[in-house]
Design a protein around this ligand. Structure first.
Ligand code: C2E
Ligand code: MG
Ligand code: MG
Ligand code: MG
Length: 288
């Protein structure tokens, strides 16, 4: 019946759009209070050395516990935070919280933090990173910032300059989601990274193993010629892990090795101990 009345379909569609826009607006408004109401938390996912099984460090992944809607994934609220500019204060909160947490860890594992393009372009990032390291006391060698190609793509000249300043602080930079971007090879050629993370889409179960292996080999060869390690993302099976081991991929991350979990879960598993009982004044982060 809908087919015979296109106008009705359009009206229905627009009503649905309206509803979605209202929902997005409401969510964006809620997000404004998320930091001050302690609704944001970080989960940590382990990054493993493939050949030894040892832990290299953890990636901080943002979670929003919405009072009514429950846990909202970053893919849904980070775009909202970027549109409203809230990503600047949220991003600074993430960086500060992750560093303040990691500085208490024993062993002193690395901590990886994701950056949004908006943060990268609009904030005085080198100054923020410098300030957070000074305030938390985290050694810069322990911090890694993860960027995607789209982060850099917006303004390559400025990005070159920003990356140079950040690396001068001895903080490392990982190229996240490698292989999914617009011009991955050109990005590798123009910028200096400390690590390549192969996107997890290359490890999806539906893909033929021979093709996956060919891509992994090519990226490993790239990493080798640049003299930087390659980390595989989204490793879910032992088959994938042993393939990485055979091919000589140094590092891996994925549900097989560990899901993103709270720091309490990591402590309970005995993977880290906390020096001095953990971050001081937990929950009451002074952002300014
Ligand atoms: P990402 O940085 O590439 O992070 C990896 C994502 O893959 C995470 O999703 C993680 O939970 C998921 N993942 C890890 N291992 C596996 C696996 O074996 N299988 C599958 N299917 N998935 C796996 P998450 O936490 O939902 O984050 C999604 C994206 O949101 C991140 O992708 C990152 O781009 C962004 N994000 C997360 N936290 C932050 C943050 O604090 N700031 C910014 N700007 N972006 C963030
Ligand atoms: Mg990442
Ligand atoms: Mg990734
Ligand atoms: Mg991603």
């Amino acid at each position: 019946r809908a087919k015979s009345n296109p106008l009705q379909r359009i009206c229905f569609y627009e009503a649905g759009m309206d509803e979605r826009i209202r929902e997005r607006r409401a969510l964006a408004a809620d997000l404004r209070d998320a930091i001050s109401h302690n609704q944001l938390t970080l989960h940590y996912q382990v990054q493993t050395i493939v050949s030894t099984g040892r832990i290299r460090g953890y990636e901080a992944l943002l979670r929003w516990n919405h009072p009514r809607l429950g846990q909202i994934p970053p893919s849904e609220f980070i775009p909202l935070a970027e549109e409203s500019g809230l990503i600047l204060s949220i991003g600074e909160w993430v960086l500060y919280t992750a560093c303040r947490e990691a500085v208490t860890w024993e062993p002193p594992y690395t901590i990886a933090v994701n950056l949004s393009a908006v943060q990268f372009i609009n904030a005085d990032l080198p100054e923020i990173v410098r300030k957070v390291l000074a305030e938390t006391g985290l050694a810069p060698e322990r911090l890694e910032l993860e960027l995607t190609e789209s982060t850099i793509f917006a303004d390559r000249e400025r990005s070159l300059d920003l990356l140079r300043q950040i690396r001068a602080l001895k903080v490392s930079i990982a190229l996240d989601d490698f292989g999914t971007g617009y011009s991955s090879l050109d990005t590798l050629r123009s910028f200096t990274f400390d690590r390549i993370k192969i996107d997890r889409s290359f490890f999806s179960a539906s893909e033929a193993t021979t093709q996956t292996t060919a891509i992994i080999r090519a990226v490993l060869a790239l990493g080798k010629s640049f003299g930087i390690p390659v980390m595989a993302e989204g490793i879910e099976t032992y088959d994938q892990l042993s393939m990485l081991n055979v091919e000589g991929c140094e590092e891996a991350q994925g549900f097989l090795l560990g899901h993103p979990v709270t720091v309490d879960d990591i402590i309970r598993k005995g993977q880290i101990a906390r020096l001095n009982g953990g971050p001081d004044g937990a929950g009451a982060v002074d952002m300014r």
